[in-house]
Design a protein around this ligand. Structure first.
Ligand SMILES: [Zn+2]
Ligand SMILES: [Zn+2]
Length: 377
């Protein structure tokens, strides 16, 4: 993931209005259109793409808020969370704790992270005895849409590898039980000779026995059995902010896997998914829904029930509304993640007309029609 400064790309300040952003975008997109740069089309294309990407994020208030806060947006997620989301079972919004039976699902993630760091690309060689930072962990939590109004505190239980205190993460008994690696004599590297068509070639490679450390464990730490870390269950409380959006990532520094040796602990990323009632649609801070009323209510007005984020409310519908008309209920949206200001709810009115009329209804309506001079059969 490359971290780009979208504001810089568009040449606008951090507090630029949507209008400023649009203007800057239009100007730049004209300037950098690849068709205008026949000589260096490639550069222009890169620039063009960059500008479009910056605009896509900054022109969307929700994405912009996320970018301002976390420095990345949506699926521009570091590979480590993506891996975790995949391991948690397909959808990134799958409930981490449900379905697969409690803690069972954790194994995959642990193995993926732990295995990943072990089978790294020779990073340990340069890390030497100083150790490595622990891997990050991603967990998914679900909250209700109504929780986004004030924010909510959630308790999360998960498993992580904890750096072993008994050996200070070294895996050696008391953290001191080492001996010089007999294979490399402490150099951490071995010379290998291979016979080829061109003659004998000598290559220096990392010592496979000690992994480049130059020393090996003499007696394993009994607490962690030489791993330097052990699994533990951890509970933490996390505050999900008001206005939280689907896919929002909250970072808890140092709550990930323990590092090895002197390495720091990794971080925990809590990925929020939001359960939205099926009849409500959230777009940014606004809520959209539909309600069906009887034609007589539409004509004469009525008190109707409308479902909102906080549950059903009574709404005084005035007479004379038209089918498809949208009514706005102020302040019944959800808060904006950045400003905290609540949006509105927009309700589309569907008007139901009767398919059959009773004899009496027919008589009365015919009278109404005659009275208004409307021709009916
Ligand atoms: Zn230990
Ligand atoms: Zn060695």
């Amino acid at each position: 993931m490359s971290k780009k400064d979208y504001y810089e790309i568009l040449g606008v300040s951090k507090d630029a209005t949507q209008d400023d952003i649009k203007k800057a975008y239009r100007k730049l997109i004209k300037k950098w259109h690849p068709d205008l740069h026949k000589d260096n089309k490639k550069d222009a294309e890169v620039k063009f793409k960059e500008i479009s990407e910056a605009y896509e994020v900054l022109s969307d208030t929700e994405k912009r808020a996320m970018y301002d806060r976390y420095g990345f947006v949506g699926d521009q997620v570091p590979p480590s969370y993506r891996a975790a989301q995949g391991a948690a079972g397909g959808s990134p919004f799958d409930d981490f704790f449900g379905g697969s039976g409690g803690f069972g699902g954790f194994e995959d993630i642990f193995d993926m992270f732990f295995g990943g760091s072990r089978s790294g690309r020779g990073q340990r060689v340069s890390q030497g005895n100083r150790g490595q930072k622990g891997q990050d962990i991603a967990v998914n939590i679900r909250i209700n849409l109504s929780d986004t109004i004030t924010g909510v505190e959630k308790e999360i239980e998960y498993e992580r590898y904890h750096k072993c205190e008994a050996c200070n993460g070294t895996g050696a008994k008391d953290g001191t039980s080492f001996k010089t690696c007999p294979d490399c004599g402490g150099r951490g590297a071995v010379v290998q000779e291979s016979h080829t068509f061109f003659g004998n070639i000598q290559t220096t490679t990392t010592c496979p026995r000690c992994g480049g450390k130059g020393r090996i464990i003499e007696q394993r730490c009994p607490k962690c059995n030489g791993a330097g870390r052990y699994k533990e269950k951890k509970k933490i409380k996390i505050k999900v902010p008001a206005g939280a959006t689907n896919g929002l990532k909250l970072r808890v520094a140092g709550a990930g896997h323990g590092g090895t040796g002197q390495g720091n602990d990794g971080d925990l990323y809590v990925i929020v998914s939001i359960l939205t009632p099926p009849d409500l649609v959230r777009k940014g801070k606004h809520i959209y829904s539909e309600v069906t009323v009887d034609y007589l209510q539409a004509i004469l007005g009525a008190e109707i029930d409308i479902n909102t984020v906080e549950g059903p409310i009574k709404y005084k519908l005035k007479g004379g509304v038209q089918p498809g008309e949208q009514i706005r209920i102020k302040g019944k949206g959800v808060p904006d993640l950045r400003t905290g200001l609540r949006g509105d709810q927009y309700v589309k009115l569907n008007v139901e007309l009767p398919k059959k009329l009773s004899r009496k209804e027919k008589k009365l309506l015919t009278e109404v029609a005659e009275n208004s001079g409307v021709k009916v059969s």
